[in-house]
Design a protein around this ligand. Structure first.
Ligand code: FAD
Ligand code: FES
Length: 337
């Protein structure tokens, strides 16, 4: 059994197999709907069902409220068609020619960037390269169909190794393996690239980039890509952590500030350690952003990191005038399963 899905306003059409989510079918058919977590947690894939019916699937109420559902909205990463559908959602043009692949890779380097952050460098089989947009992520494939998402910290022009920044999560299945057992030369398998978190290169708006902890990984990729392209619009990075050790590539960012006149850096610590002797900004990183930019109506914001930071920042940025279509983010939701 297959269902026909018609997308408005683009007019694109594709088919979904019975039991397949709208998003999975769209990506399989080269139609790029917006999404991030693919787990019913972040709300990025929300769109309207104009005609037809879906099984809404499992999701968290913060991603789709009761009133949004009553107004005909659904999360396309969870919704499965029960009939032919017409849906309304904006497509993402830049990701459309990028093929999602499953590939093996070899761990060539494990570098401890902070006590709880490991930098992983991965090498693809000889002569193979992953096509991706700076800021996208991959899913590491584990046993029993489990998968864990990690953002690519390198930019496409620098793709000899794929770089990941992995935070050690207490009792974390994969991050525990990375910290306790993974060795150089080990093999992993991943699927990707995924996601819509990448620089909108056609925009001329000043960009604010905000990272929490390892949320710096995709922002690093995006900034290195922007520097490589010679982007001249203002770029202002706010990087937040509890203590100084959370800003695990602070010196690299200071070097960027010296090298690029259009780039500014504001580190923000919420709970500096006494040894940090911190004299810089304190508090929550999104509060530092709105403190410096009380009127965000002319800006564009890229942010990634822990879900509570993303949630608080979305509300604060909207209250300070940021248009919804100028906010791009990856919320580092925990894996489901
Ligand atoms: C699009 C996307 C991109 C991501 N990119 C990155 C990245 O670049 N770097 C990175 O470090 N993480 C990233 N994450 C988050 C990462 O995928 C999850 O933290 C993942 O669950 C960790 O896998 P694990 O097997 O170590 O822990 P799991 O086995 O999944 O989790 C074990 C336990 O810890 C809890 N837990 C999981 N993650 C966290 C957390 N971050 N904080 C507190 N408790 C947690 C779980 O609820 C569970 O109880 C990303 C997530 C998404 C959706
Ligand atoms: S809720 Fe669907 S992509 Fe996050």
């Amino acid at each position: 059994m297959t269902y026909k899905i018609h997308v408005q306003p683009s007019g694109h059409e594709f088919t979904a197999e019975a039991g397949e989510t709208v998003l999975a079918a769209a990506l399989r058919n080269g139609v790029h709907l917006p999404y991030s977590c693919r787990s019913g947690l972040c709300g990025t894939c929300k769109g309207a069902i104009v005609a037809g019916a879906v099984d809404y699937g499992d999701y968290q109420p913060q991603a789709l409220s009761v009133s949004e559902k009553a107004r005909g909205q659904a999360l396309f990463c969870r919704a499965k068609p029960l009939a032919d559908l017409t849906i309304q959602v904006r497509e993402i043009a830049a990701a459309k020619d990028i093929r999602i692949r499953i590939l093996p890779c070899r761990v060539v380097r494990l570098a401890r960037l902070a006590p709880d952050v490991m930098g992983l460098s991965l090498k693809l089989p000889q002569n193979d390269r992953l096509q991706f947009l700076a800021g996208q992520y991959i899913d590491i494939l584990l046993r029993d169909g489990k998968r864990r998402s990690f953002s690519l910290a390198n930019a496409p022009h620098d793709d000899e190794f794929l770089q990941l920044h992995i935070k050690h999560v207490p009792n974390g299945l994969f991050s525990g393996h990375v910290f306790n057992a993974l060795k150089e030369k080990d093999l992993l398998r991943f699927e990707g690239p995924f996601g819509n978190f990448f620089l909108r290169e056609d925009s001329t708006r000043p960009a604010i980039l905000m990272a929490g902890g390892t949320g710096f990984a995709p922002i690093k990729g995006i900034l290195e890509h922007a520097f490589h392209l010679g982007v001249t619009r203002p770029l202002h990075l706010f990087w937040g952590g509890r203590a100084k050790q959370d800003l695990y590539l602070h010196d690299l960012v200071l070097d960027w500030e010296k090298a690029h006149a259009n780039f500014r850096y504001t580190p923000v610590l919420s709970a500096p350690a006494p040894d940090d002797r911190w004299t810089g900004r304190g508090g929550w990183v999104h509060e530092a952003v709105v403190g410096d930019y009380p009127d965000l109506s002319g800006h564009e914001i890229y942010m990634s990191g822990p879900p509570p930071m993303i949630k608080a920042a979305k509300q604060a940025f909207s209250a300070h005038g940021l248009p919804e279509e100028c906010l791009f983010y990856d919320s580092f939701e925990n894996a489901v399963g």
